[in-house]
Design a binder for this molecule. Structure first.
Ligand SMILES: CCCCCCC/C=C/C(=O)SCCNC(=O)CCNC(=O)[C@H](O)C(C)(C)COP(=O)(O)OP(=O)(O)OC[C@H]1O[C@@H](n2cnc3c(N)ncnc32)[C@H](O)[C@@H]1OP(=O)(O)O
Ligand SMILES: NC(=O)C1=CN([C@@H]2O[C@H](COP(=O)(O)OP(=O)(O)OC[C@H]3O[C@@H](n4cnc5c(N)ncnc54)[C@H](OP(=O)(O)O)[C@@H]3O)[C@@H](O)[C@H]2O)C=CC1
Length: 263
């Protein structure tokens, strides 16, 4: 665990900050001293998370935002600057997902996911980076992807393609904006319990157990495990890391090996 004060005086925007991994990151960043801005569509979830942060002595601003709308994203940036006067960190965590055979996926279904994951990430990234570049200052961007960005993800072609786009965006902008002092990294979580992913991706206990079977470490991850790594990547401890992906998946994407039954 990083020591309290690691993110003192930092201002962090976290999209999808009202639930799941976003909420866990918000709580951890606040514990480390950051002031956090929680942005997603459902105000009720954001308010609940903000109250939990305030209950632990932290400070959170709630800005209802649909990241698919560039106007709402500009409002998010403006509201953050009005309240805190600066932005240090952006976490692009908002996502949508569901399992659907590609041949059955409707155009609206494809667009819903790609617009949240790929376009929303770009709109938020562009809006925040324009501010930083205009001010002649640097900052930190963390994108939450998934390992199927490089393995492919049968059943979730919309999400896999969008996450692959975010990975390419990360590497592109890490280099393009390095001279600006802007770092851009990714975390690729494996299956993590207790978030909005569960009802979408492993809605039954049977499906959940099948997912766990695929994890060499034999369990799902926790939101806190992702949050600790996220705090590290946006902190000064990671000051020389950019364009990188930190995979936190219990070994899942490497597979289970071929020869378990051979001896
Ligand atoms: C090895 C890796 C291990 C695990 C990797 C896991 C990676 C996890 C990635 C995640 O992103 S988990 C996050 C999950 N959380 C959520 O999905 C929460 C947010 N989700 C949503 O808001 C919705 O699910 C949404 C559909 C993504 C967006 O909602 P919106 O209100 O904008 O859309 P709708 O109007 O409801 O639907 C649009 C369109 O999509 C079709 N659709 C929706 N759900 C399904 C479904 N289950 N199957 C097929 N199609 C679906 C819906 O019918 C609409 O299309 P049309 O009917 O109009 O053609
Ligand atoms: N849990 C897991 O196993 C894994 C998760 N991930 C990634 O982790 C991240 C967090 O997911 P997780 O916590 O699991 O799931 P959640 O469903 O809990 O989180 C997704 C968040 O995105 C927000 N969101 C969805 N659509 C929009 C939108 N249009 N505009 C703004 N916010 C939006 C939702 O809030 P609201 O509905 O209020 O808009 C919600 O808070 C995602 O990027 C996901 O792809 C990656 C690999 C594995």
């Amino acid at each position: 665990m990083l020591p309290a004060g690691t993110l003192a005086d930092r201002v962090a925007i976290i999209t999808g900050g009202g639930t799941g991994l976003g909420k866990a990151m918000a709580l951890e960043f606040a514990r480390l001293g950051a002031r956090v801005v929680l942005a997603s569509r459902k105000q009720e979830n954001l308010e609940k998370a903000a109250a939990e942060i305030a209950g632990r002595g932290g400070e959170a601003l709630v800005v209802p935002t649909d990241v698919r709308d560039p106007g709402q994203v500009d409002n998010l940036v403006n509201r953050t600057l009005e309240r805190f006067g600066k932005i240090d960190i952006l976490v692009n965590n908002a996502a949508g997902n569901f399992v659907c055979p590609a041949e059955e996926l409707s155009v609206n279904g494809w667009n819903a996911v790609v617009n949240i994951v790929l376009n929303g990430t770009f709109y938020c990234t562009r809006a925040v980076a324009r501010h930083w570049i205009g001010q002649g200052r640097g900052g930190n961007i963390l994108n939450i992807i998934a390992t199927y960005a490089w393995t492919g993800g049968p059943g979730t072609v919309h999400s896999a393609a969008a996450k692959a786009g975010v990975l390419a965006m990360t590497r592109t902008l890490a280099v393009e904006w390095a001279p600006r002092g802007i770092r851009v990294n990714c975390i690729a979580p494996g299956p993590v319990d207790g978030t909005g992913a569960a009802p979408q991706l492993w809605p039954t206990e049977e499906a959940r157990q099948a997912v766990i079977q695929a994890v060499p470490l034999g369990r799902m991850g926790t939101p806190e495990e992702i949050a600790h790594a996220a705090a590290y990547l946006v902190s000064d401890y990671a000051g020389f890391i950019t364009g990188e992906v930190l995979t936190i998946d219990g070994g899942t994407w490497l597979g289970r090996g071929l020869f378990k039954g051979s001896r």
